[in-house]
Design a protein around this ligand. Structure first.
Ligand code: SF4
Length: 368
């Protein structure tokens, strides 16, 4: 899997922590994570899904630990997992303490619901001893009730106040290996909350729009919420939450990162929306090229455009591309038409151009 950190981009400065061997925060690339939706007690199904997530480029995964049997399964999952595994635990401090001795790479808790002050202390001390980071995950539905009531309900101020309170609960035991999330299902509240929070703390931030929905709505809501924050330099790791196969979450995460030039994973397809100048089945062509590019690991840009008049110019940034015409297709390289081909030869010539672009990328990176 070729995953690159692309271009220089303004990033808010945060502390760096390690989720096993994956750096989060500081100057590290923005980490893509997901969450298994398998029954954690089913070790084989959970590991099979982790393999799928890893193949899609996921870098950290999280599993729910709702009961003792799930906690008991953690050790076997962690030992065989190709990805660092974070245990997600609510309400039961005992399970969190057990997870910390099962080799997990991180813990996600909400100190407000994990039990008494004493239990938080026990978790902080054990996590410190084991060198395991903790993500404080505050959602709009799990605010500190006293703060929520005092600050006028669920809003960015009460969400941030809850996070700060929970951070202090860990800090008083000298625990600073903290990552924070402050998610809402409303992208605007999510954006406002992270903006405020990023001015208050320098712990790495885990971004996400929670319960974003089914793919059609959820991808848009996640792209708006996560993308807006990333574009402002906020965020160190992202998880797209979808009511779908988590592999789609990972693919969507990379699409968001690629669209901002923050990470690259494979080729980027650019295709025009078509207009009255289009005289070919552009959608069909774009779909064929998308399939072709699925196995391309190098971060090249390939454009599929509707007409030779404006297409190459509109896709000037592409490494190569094709533009449909009446009887011929134009093949272009870096915004300039280099060849005109018949419809039957169009795809094979484009494949040749894709290979040229790939080799150019590989050579440039070998030389570096
Ligand atoms: S590339 Fe050509 S066909 Fe496509 S939107 Fe632009 S002008 Fe229209």
């Amino acid at each position: 899997m070729v995953i690159n950190y692309c271009m220089e981009y303004f990033r808010r400065n945060t502390k760096k922590l390690w989720v096993k061997d994956v750096a989060v925060g500081g100057n590290a690339p923005i980490v893509v994570q997901s969450m298994n939706n398998t029954d954690t007690r089913d070790i084989e199904a959970t590991l099979a899904q982790i393999e799928d997530l890893a193949a899609a480029g996921c870098e950290v995964t999280r599993v729910a630990v709702p009961d003792q049997a799930a906690a008991d399964a953690l050790k076997a999952i962690v030992e065989r997992s190709p990805l660092p595994v974070i245990a997600d635990i609510h309400f039961q401090a005992e399970l969190a303490l057990q997870a910390l001795t099962s080799g997990v790479a991180g813990l996600r808790i909400n100190p407000g619901n994990i039990g008494s002050e004493q239990r938080v202390k026990e978790i902080a001390i054990k996590a410190l001893e084991k060198g395991i980071p903790i993500r404080i995950g505050v959602n709009s539905g799990s605010l500190d009730p006293e703060i929520r009531d005092r600050m006028g309900g669920v809003n960015a101020d009460s969400m941030v106040a809850s996070v700060l309170k929970f951070c202090k609960m860990l800090e008083q035991y000298d625990f600073y290996d903290i990552c924070v999330s402050i998610k809402a299902s409303d992208p605007k509240l999510t954006i406002d909350s992270y903006r405020k929070l990023s001015r208050e703390i320098d712990y790495p931030l885990h971004l996400g729009v929670t319960e974003a929905g089914t793919p059609r709505e959820g991808i848009v809501r996640s792209a708006v919420g996560i993308g807006t924050l990333l574009a402002e330099g906020i965020g160190d790791t992202i998880r797209v939450s979808l009511t779908a196969d988590p592999v789609l979450e990972v693919e969507t995460a990379y699409s968001i990162l690629k669209s901002l030039g923050l990470r690259s994973k494979g080729a980027l397809l650019i295709s025009c929306p078509t207009c009255g100048r289009t005289e070919v089945d552009l959608q069909g062509l774009a779909e064929q090229v998308e399939i072709l590019l699925a196995d391309v690991r190098e971060p090249i840009k390939v454009a599929v455009m509707g007409c030779p008049v404006n297409g190459p110019g509109e896709a000037r940034e592409a490494d190569c591309g094709i533009a449909g015409g009446r009887n011929t297709f134009s093949i272009f390289r870096n915004g300039k038409v280099v060849e005109k081909v018949s419809q039957e030869n169009a795809l094979s010539v484009l494949i040749r151009e894709i290979e040229i672009a790939r080799n150019k990328y590989i050579q440039a990176h070998q030389e570096n």
